[in-house]
Design a protein around this ligand. Structure first.
Ligand code: SF4
Ligand code: MG
Length: 334
């Protein structure tokens, strides 16, 4: 695969009054050109910390302890802040969950888009004003000329997220990192925004890292999936491998907690228990305390990855030939 972004052995810790919290623990993955990789997991699994590391937008209390993040061969971990500013927005853009965190409330929509065009695409005043209209058209915002003169608070949540996408597209980045891009929106708008992202990706060939806790979104959008738990990638595979041939009990739990389509139920089978405390991570499998299949070895030793195909691997002791055979329970979603 022709990979654009290559994360290798990434370790990120937060330093708090309670000590070191190991938020990301040896995460490796790659992103190909034009591909959508979904990173899935519950909140606190390290998904957002991973994406912020790529952008080098971590909080001051966090530190990349180890690993590399290669973008077109260059390691972003060691890049100067000055060079990083040329990457952010221009090569790699980010879309956050809450559009208000990425929009400036005191600036018109037009000004915010034009700023990116002038900075990253070296456009003049007139050209960028024209391009801003095109971009709003492209993300499906009616009356773009009027909208460009408005402030973020004058738009609905769905419209604001479209503006955020337009700003992300303005720099013509090779990679877009979308962190829960639709979580704050209602279901119909969610579907529209996802459809929009998908269409734009097909048109523009952008690579996407999609961060989500929602496997329904994954099925629709991604080509490959990395499942994160307690700061680690516990399983990775193509969408089909994850949905139909998953080998990890945590992934099974996530699949079972998907709402069933066409069925009236508000009852989700959440995975009982809570993730481990990452200021003192367990020495064995991080999922052991919640796993219905946990064996003695699971508490004692970290499972290593077993490769099932070129694209599919999982870190679980059940893959050991000596482990008892366990059938994956039928997922609620499929
Ligand atoms: Fe469960 Fe053991 Fe597999 Fe961890 S290694 S997911 S505890 S069976
Ligand atoms: Mg998050």
């Amino acid at each position: 695969m022709n990979s654009l972004l290559e994360v290798q052995d990434l370790q990120v810790s937060f330093y708090t009054y309670a000590g070191e919290v190991q938020a990301v623990r040896d995460v490796s993955f790659s992103l190909g050109k034009g591909e959508t990789l979904a990173i899935v997991g519950e909140s606190g699994s390290g998904k957002s910390v991973t994406s912020k590391s790529i952008m080098r937008l971590l909080a001051k209390t966090a530190k990349i302890k180890n690993g590399s993040i290669r973008f077109e061969g260059e390691d972003l971990v060691t890049l100067s802040e000055k060079k990083m500013q040329n990457i952010r927005g221009k090569e790699i853009a980010m879309i956050f969950q809450d559009p208000m965190t990425s929009l400036n409330p005191t600036m018109t929509i037009g000004k915010q888009i034009i700023e990116v065009l002038r900075k990253h695409r070296n456009m003049g005043r007139e050209e960028s004003a024209k391009r801003a209209v095109e971009l709003l058209n492209q993300v499906g915002i009616p009356n773009p000329e009027k909208r460009l003169k408005q402030y973020p608070h004058q738009l609905s949540g769905g419209m604001r997220q479209r503006v955020v996408i337009a700003i992300a597209l303005a720099g013509e980045p090779k990679v877009i990192i979308a962190d829960e891009p639709t979580t704050a929106l209602d279901v119909t708008i969610q579907a529209q925004i996802l459809e929009l992202m998908k269409r734009l990706q097909e048109e523009l060939g952008t690579s996407i890292v999609l961060i989500t806790h929602d496997l329904g979104v994954v099925a629709n959008m991604a080509s490959r999936v990395a499942v994160m738990y307690a700061g680690k990638i516990v399983e990775t595979g193509t969408v089909d491998e994850i949905f139909y041939e998953s080998r990890h009990p945590y992934t099974w739990g996530l699949l079972a907690s998907m709402p069933k389509l066409h069925e009236h139920t508000d009852e989700l089978l959440a995975i009982p228990g809570t993730p481990p405390d990452l200021s003192d991570p367990p020495k064995g499998c991080p999922f052991a305390a919640r796993c219905p299949y946990a064996m003695e070895v699971c508490y004692e030793q970290l499972p290593s990855y077993t490769e099932h195909t070129d694209t599919h691997r999982a870190a679980c002791w059940l893959q050991d030939p000596r482990a008892p055979k366990v059938e994956r329970p039928l997922a609620a979603g499929g």
